[in-house]
Design a binder for this molecule. Sequence first.
Ligand code: SF4
Ligand code: SF4
Ligand code: FES
Length: 325
Amino acid sequence: MDPVNIIIDGREVVTTKGKTVIQAAADAGIVIPYYCYHPKLTIAGNCRMCLIEIEKMPKLQIACNTQATEAMSVLTQSPKVLAARKAVMEFLLINHPVDCPICDQAGECWLQDYYMTHDLQASRFDARKEHDRKREIFGPNVVFDGERCIKCTRCVRFLQEITHTNELAVVNRADHSTIALFPGSVLDNPLSANVVDICPVGALTDRDFRFKVRVWYLQKTPSICPGCSTGCNISVETYQNRIARFKPRINEAVNSHWLCDEGRYCFHDLTGGPRLTTPLIRQEGGLVPTTWEHALQAVYAGLKSAGPLAGILSGRNTNEEAYLF
Ligand code: SF4
Ligand code: SF4
Ligand code: FES
């Protein structure tokens, strides 16, 4: 890979040919805000939140779609850049309902975060806001709030480029543009709930999780999905010792940024439903509850009297269980 030397905010950064400024900055630990950019999706360049100033270029450029070139000098915090980002935020919030107190995304919403870092002003908009669809069910796992959508198209690109199922599209124009299902489509592909993870705002929320707990109460524990033997990296997020949700953790060698719906919701098997809470022993007439001591003795006696044994392990076994077997 050919090295490329650039300067970001006066700091020398060495990146590689082909990288964009947003990638070079991220690699160097320099944060450039963004909404529509996602490292696993094609560049849309529509949100304009990543605007930067480049020496000798008269207009601001978007960092997500500007290649780093030798000796390029970039400013990410100049007064011109900060004013532009503030204007972008004001524009994005013009028709936004700002219903954070009842929005499930509150606490992990990029609009909230960037409002605090780049906007911090009262709305100057006193005309009637455009309204959009509320609580539209997109599929078994995902619900849409059109008024909160910033049209970043991350969800649309995910369904085009990752799942190739194309359930969603941008429809209509200007301030009537919105995200909609193709007629007759349902967002129910095996990776459908990933659109909730990549939606930077509260437009797409998880029907299973929403309104159960505020996200700032969640305790997060890095773990591995028990759903199958793939071993996707997850964050187990709990509230009062109960699992509230699984979220994917990035691991490019295993699951990249994603998690399948089956794995995402398999924790319900652990937390409820028809789960055995006492051992059962087969006696004449069927299964009857017994004590652990009694059950283990019966297992021991049964195994001892059996001939050669074979068994089937599954991805749900722990290493210790597999080793014991
Ligand atoms: S999307 Fe973000 S800013 Fe909008 S209501 Fe929800 S939490 Fe608030
Ligand atoms: S629903 Fe979310 S991910 Fe999709 S375009 Fe709107 S804001 Fe972006
Ligand atoms: S992140 Fe660059 S335009 Fe949206």
